[in-house]
Design a protein. Sequence first.
Length: 305
Amino acid sequence: MKVLITGVAGFIGSNLANSLLKNNIQVVGVDNLSYGILDQVPKEVEFHQMDIRDKNISDIFDHIDYVFHLAAKNCITDCQEDPIETFDINVNGTINIFEAAIKKNIKKVIYAESSSVYEGATSLPSNESEVFPESIYAISKITTNFLAKEYGKSKGLVTTGLRYFNVYGPRQDYRRTIPPVFSAFIINLLNGKQPTIFGDGSKKRDFVYVDDVNNFHLMCIQDDRTDNEVFNIGSGKYYSINEIYSEIKHLLNSNIEPLFGENFSFEAQNNLADISKARKIGWNVKTDLKNGLKKSIDYIKENVI
Ligand SMILES: NC(=O)c1ccc[n+]([C@@H]2O[C@H](COP(=O)([O-])OP(=O)(O)OC[C@H]3O[C@@H](n4cnc5c(N)ncnc54)[C@H](O)[C@@H]3O)[C@@H](O)[C@H]2O)c1
């Protein structure tokens, strides 16, 4: 089997590449390296530095069975600032991938949506049936869901949409203006610096470890009950940013207190996944927060600091 991953040099893409290779699946990877890091793409991957909007992208879809389409502009604040580029990458880029998939008879495209499609929800947990996108990023992501449905209906494209909640683990991006909380907290505390919590730290998030996410990725290419469906990929538990901070501080034996920065009003106060749909077809979350944090800390100590 041969699988193509867009966004292969990013956090989820590079972890997915490792997981597929471990299962003896050949991997072709695409990334324009706008955010991704070439060094984290496993050597066994046939890598193409290419933009997902490139009209010739179907040239590298030959002999591919499945496509994981993960490339996106996904820093929520950057997306608010540049809606035109956000839609160009996230929506037009996705259309380009869907068109290439039709042209080259790809069995299925598994594409990344986001839990941000629930950001305006007034009751939790969120199940897949109702969405409340508000930010530019979330609106771009839910647009890909409408596109997937339309491509399924009019052109027979088979897809699975993945609404990742807050995925964490090795190789989580730490270089962007506002990095994800796990890597930002761990790196700053290990360097003896005060991390910044944006807002008052009371926002609660559903965090899911990347290995659990990869288990679901494998199901997407093995189990046709995932065809033409969308799934929440979270842990079904949520913790406040302050709780995460305390846990990391405790694990690192640190006494450094955080700084508090601007509150981003377009971000949801809380998110929490109803994961019963994915559970029903046999998926389970195996890594709890403490173990996931320990693994993330070990990785950062060995590879980043
Ligand atoms: N990490 C999470 O918790 C999370 C949560 C919800 C949704 N998602 C979605 O999952 C996907 C993967 O997220 P991630 O955390 O690995 O992000 P990431 O930024 O680490 O990886 C995305 C990759 O896409 C590449 N890319 C961006 N624009 C491109 C373009 N025009 N052409 C080619 N490559 C391009 C970047 O260089 C980067 O390597 C994204 O679609 C994201 O929106 C992630």
